[in-house]
Design a protein around this ligand. Structure first.
Ligand code: KG4
Ligand code: ZN
Length: 358
């Protein structure tokens, strides 16, 4: 078993191989002293025909992808297995079968190379994606993390001291995008497609309600229901009224004719829900360095509105580069690096966890 407490940290440079396999992207990255040398991502297209991620197919695809992805990441970084100082991997949360592939692979490499193993929480990694690159936020900073499974406001006191101060009580922001897209007949994942259509639409054309949730928590399920009835009623009303329900042909015609405006209006409401809470969190904490993270931070409308709000409020704003917003191993590598400096290692008996606590 590898030493965990009296382990002597190697002198710099510290080279870490990281593996991410929590959902439907197989990714590997190499970082050296906190600098990303490679970040290889294999997307799984097999799920498109099913309108969502099929867990069993995801884990099978990870099994096929993991060796070539790791191999390519090492090759691009010009790095030998023998030069690695640690193996980092996503331990939680995610699809258990998918996590198992990355965890088992990392454990095997750690055993074979006799190098420490660093377990990384996926949501911490999304936040710390903001520490990749030259322009970094100063501690303490706030991060609005918006992904397919989570919506959180995180207070980050150091790379390893993070506290969730607000989160969704039902759907995540990414789910709100994906479920809205599904109702509009768009394929999975719908978030990027709503983004694309919204770019040509009028965000103020249709009004969707803003939930009144106390504190810093979010809710998106009411919005989802109002969109459902808005479409069922072909735009006549977003309140449930049997008498209004339009026939299928009328609904389809309404969606086709107004798709850009509908997407822009849905996106506008999701953005206002997110940014109103973020503004509240910044006011309450007095923190001025504010970050975005997670797959939904790739949304062009959100990025623009976030920067505009930052300018108005006098914040210093940070958003990871596009490739570090959606799931990637570079964010696991940077988190692994900071945990490595803390000697925060796990034993070879570590197992993955689908649950979200951290
Ligand atoms: O962080 P992520 O890659 O995976 C999770 O950890 O969940 O986030 C995936 C989510 C999906 O819901 C996807 O639709 C959404 O991010 N997403 C977007 C955009 N790109 C990805 N949502 C809106 N606009 C985008 N451009
Ligand atoms: Zn993610």
């Amino acid at each position: 078993m590898l030493p965990t407490t009296n382990y002597q940290l190697p002198t710099f440079p510290i080279t870490i191989l990281a593996i991410e396999s929590s959902c439907d992207e197989t990714s590997a990255a190499v970082c050296c002293d906190g600098k990303i040398l490679s970040n290889v991502i294999a997307n799984q297209t097999v799920h498109e025909q099913f309108g969502g991620v099929v867990p069993e197919l995801a884990s099978r695809a990870h099994l096929q992808n993991i060796v070539p992805v790791v191999h390519t990441a090492l090759h691009i970084a010009n790095c030998q297995l023998s030069s690695l100082d640690a193996i980092a991997f996503t331990q939680a949360p995610g699809l258990i079968g998918s996590l198992l592939v990355g965890t088992q692979f990392a454990r095997s490499l750690s055993l074979a190379l006799d190098k420490p193993l660093v377990a990384v929480h996926h949501m911490q990694a999304h936040v710390l994606a903001n520490l990749i690159g030259e322009d970094k936020p100063a501690f303490p900073f706030l991060c609005l993390t918006v992904s397919g499974g989570h919506t959180q406001i995180v207070l980050c006191e150091s790379p390893v001291r993070l506290k969730v101060i607000g989160e969704t009580i039902d759907d995540a922001a990414g789910e709100a995008f994906d479920k809205s897209a599904k109702m509009l007949g768009l394929p999975y994942p719908g978030g990027p497609l709503i983004d694309k259509h919204a770019a040509n639409g009028n965000p103020k054309r249709f009004k969707f309600p803003e939930p009144q949730i106390p504190g810093l928590n979010f809710s998106f399920s009411g919005l989802k229901t109002s969109i459902l009835y808005f479409l069922k009623n072909a735009g006549e009303s977003n309140v449930f009224k049997e008498a209004f329900l339009a026939d299928e042909a009328t609904r389809q015609k309404f969606i086709t004719r107004n798709l850009d405006d509908i997407c822009a209006s849905i996106q506008d409401r999701i953005i206002s829900i997110l940014l109103n809470k973020l503004k509240k969190a910044a006011t309450e904490t007095g923190i001025n360095d504010i970050c975005l993270a997670g797959g939904v931070s790739a949304n062009s409308g959100l990025r623009k509105a976030f920067k505009a709000l930052g300018e108005k409020e006098g914040w210093k704003t940070f958003i990871p580069a596009f490739e570090y917003c959606t799931d990637n191993a570079a964010m696991i590598a940077i988190t692994g690096y900071y945990k490595f400096l803390e000697k925060d290692f796990v034993g070879l008996d570590v197992s993955p966890s689908a649950r979200a606590e951290w």
